[in-house]
Design a protein around this ligand. Structure first.
Ligand SMILES: *Cc1c(COP(=O)(O)O)cnc(C)c1O
Length: 441
């Protein structure tokens, strides 16, 4: 296999180094052009979909592409774009976000130990506890790392780490209660205990527009492309980006050996989605902020959780951790409105979680609201152009025990909203009529 298909062309940025090509360009420019260079052969502005499974060799072993599981032009283009958007050297795409998790864990030696944030994505929890344990004898310790109290986070992490800890797995914001993890703090503490520890951040909820974990010290950033990156609820796919060449060699080998790779068509669709990621994320964020602020005043709502609101316990951390480009847009927006971000809040992703003013042990009020909504679709998943709502206690987090749900604050009155790109006035009116119909206002 020639080395070319690892995202190693001149347009892939090298951190900390000025570069030719698109490296000096902004996020949206990269998103539109990297991986979508006009075809040298036909001049086509949009890349062709390369469905071929195999490729002609000039002589034995002389080829650019060999076989589409190992590398494919569409996947290659997507991987280069993803690496550029995360500011990393290497991007690898997989058939799902779950396949990313499985592949990273498969790279660990048998009987390794993992420290994971306690309210990790359910599928990740399932993989650690039901698959990695059986297949590799891996043990996972779940730790509370999302407190706004940094001393407590450090204490909890020190308590959880062991001499055989190979991986620290975090997710920020967490799901569904949108708690934030101080990524540089976790990296600092983990590496001070053992510099060899690998820190992985699942950054699905923010997308590369709002958060770039590699720039915060993480070793690997993981995404479910299924959500914001593709953004149109029509592709299941995942990816990881890293600067670590030892890790990428292992992961690239496993990507090909396990074979959990995306199709050429899905890769093409995801790259098409990426071209509008910057505008989509800004609009998701500003609508989410408007909805969060309006619902905070609504009598049917007891509590709104949105990290861009001053009422969020990690509001200061959100400001430190958000990508500088997204924060500059937020500041410009605040200035235009005459308020600073301190008073007005700022866009921080498109997810808003609310607690209804109803009994957390009664599932009926939330159920009624969800049934009555007309624009919001009652469905799992997130990050698409259409607004979605769900009741975590009965849907995404139904497998979590009642006891753990109580600890994590996931009552029946909790509703998770993925704010889409419809007119925000329509979304607000829809929520209001559903609250009224459910007798909550
Ligand atoms: C959806 C999701 C995953 C899993 O991704 P799939 O593409 O569904 O396999 C992992 N992490 C988070 C945070 C997710 O939201």
């Amino acid at each position: 296999m020639s080395p070319a298909p690892i995202a190693s062309t001149s347009v892939t940025p090298t951190p900390g180094k000025a570069h030719a090509g698109h490296n000096q360009h902004g996020f949206a420019t990269k998103a539109i052009h990297i991986g979508s260079e006009p075809s040298a052969e036909t001049g086509a502005v949009i890349p062709a979909i390369s469905l071929s499974t195999t490729f002609k060799q000039k002589s034995v072993g002389d080829f650019t592409y060999e076989y589409s599981r190992s590398a494919n032009p569409n996947r290659d283009a997507l991987e280069r774009a993803l690496a550029a958007l995360e500011g990393g050297r290497y991007g690898l795409a997989f058939a799902s976000g779950s396949s990313v998790t499985a592949t990273i864990v498969s790279a660990l030696p048998p009987k390794s130990h993992i420290v994971s944030v306690n309210d990790v994505y359910g599928g990740t929890y399932r993989y650690f506890t039901k698959v990695a344990t059986v297949a590799q004898g891996i043990e996972t310790t779940f730790a509370e790392l999302a407190s706004a109290d940094s001393e407590l986070v450090e204490q909890n992490l020190r308590k959880a780490m062991r001499p055989d800890t190979k991986l620290v797995w975090i997710e920020s914001p967490t799901n569904p209660t949108l708690r934030l993890i101080d990524i540089p703090l976790v990296v600092k503490v983990a590496k001070s205990i053992n510099p060899e520890t690998t820190v992985v951040v699942d950054s699905t909820f923010l997308s590369p527009w709002y958060q770039n974990p590699l720039s915060l010290g993480a070793d690997i950033v993981a995404h479910s492309i299924t959500k914001y990156i593709n953004g149109h609820s029509d592709v299941v796919m995942g990816a990881l980006v890293t600067n670590n060449s030892a890790w990428v060699e292992k992961l690239k080998f496993l990507q090909n050996s396990i074979g959990g790779v995306p199709s050429a068509f899905d890769s093409w669709l995801a790259l098409r989605g990426i071209k509008t990621l910057a505008v989509r994320m800004q609009e998701h964020g500003s609508s989410a902020l408007i909805i969060a602020k309006e619902l905070a005043k609504h009598p049917a709502v007891k509590e709104v959780i949105y990290p861009g609101l001053p009422s969020h316990p990690s509001f200061q951390l959100a400001q430190r951790q958000i990508s500088p480009r997204a924060f500059q847009k937020a500041i410009a927006r605040g200035k235009a409105k005459g308020d600073g971000v301190e008073a007005d809040g700022f866009p921080y992703g498109g997810m808003v979680t609310i607690r209804l003013a109803s009994d957390p042990h009664d599932d009926q009020p939330a159920n009624k609201v969800l049934e009555r909504l007309q624009i919001f679709t009652l469905a799992e998943s997130l990050g698409g152009v259409e607004s979605l709502v769900e009741q975590p206690s009965k849907m995404t987090h139904a497998a979590v025990s009642q006891e753990d749900r109580d600890i994590l604050g996931i009552g029946h009155n909790l509703i998770r909203i993925s704010v889409g790109l419809e007119d925000v006035e329509d979304l607000l009116a829809d929520l209001d009529q559903a609250f009224r119909a459910a007798g909550l206002a």
